[in-house]
Design a protein around this ligand. Structure first.
Ligand code: AMP
Length: 223
């Protein structure tokens, strides 16, 4: 008997809870998680040819060229022979999607469709104690004294990355970059959208959908 392995991709804007949902998927469905960002960082650490070539683009805050990405990811995917996989961060462009389609076609694409205002609200509430890296949130994990670190009493700062304007720009950039990729998968009939505000709200739907594609390690009833 040949085992049917599932080839999946998860997409979602930064701050959408993609990390949380991905880790639940790989745990419940025993899939291998393949993040292009992690893979690149690993290649850079190992100083491989692809890693060195990619580093200069990453350092400049740009995208790594499609040919480098496609080769890296396709080579990696070909090595996974006995496990279903969940891609994350790749493809990011239509040429990448097209190349993947020709070499290792996907079965499903999950898109986390979280309203921008929710993501902005969530991130802009984050305050950091810079020396220790301790992170607070005005709503979910407030410091005992507003604006002060619990341990040292020192002032908390808002990282540039967490400022509303920065988050808004990042989300716009993400939408612009990914719309054509989402459209590509929509046209191929494999795009499944998940709308919602919170990971815990979306997760039962993702779990239910994934269970129609691959057997979970254990059945869980979500109401
Ligand atoms: P990430 O951890 O997904 O944010 O990726 C970190 C960096 O790696 C990105 O800012 C890009 O420079 C690069 N990168 C990751 N995935 C891709 C991709 N699919 N295409 C091009 N560049 C990528």
């Amino acid at each position: 008997m040949t085992l049917k392995l599932l080839r999946a991709l998860i997409m979602g804007p930064p701050g959408s809870g993609k990390g949380t949902i991905s880790s639940r998927i790989i745990k419940d469905f025993s899939m291998k998680h393949l993040s292009s960002g992690d893979l690149l960082r690993h290649q850079i650490l190992l100083k491989t040819e692809a890693g060195l070539a990619a580093k200069k683009y990453i350092d400049q805050g740009g995208l790594v060229p499609d040919d480098i990405m496609v080769k890296l990811l396709v080579d990696e995917l070909k090595q996974i022979k006995t496990s279903s996989w969940l891609l994350d961060g790749f493809p990011r462009t239509v040429p990448q999607a097209q190349a993947l389609y020709e070499k290792e076609p996907l079965d499903v694409v999950l898109n986390l469709n979280i309203p921008d205002y929710i993501i902005i609200d969530r991130i802009k509430g984050r305050w950091t104690h810079a020396p220790s890296g301790r992170i607070y949130h005005t709503e979910f994990n407030p410091p005992k004294v507003p604006g002060k670190d619990d341990v040292t009493g020192e002032p908390l700062i808002q990282r540039d990355d967490d400022k509303e304007e920065t988050v808004r720009k990042r989300l716009e950039g993400y939408q612009k970059m990914t719309q054509p990729v989402l459209q590509f998968y929509r046209e191929h009939g494999i795009l499944e959208e998940f709308k919602g505000k919170y990971s815990n709200e979306i997760w039962p739907h993702v779990h239910k959908y994934m269970s129609t594609k691959i057997t979970p390690l254990q059945y869980t009833e979500y109401s």
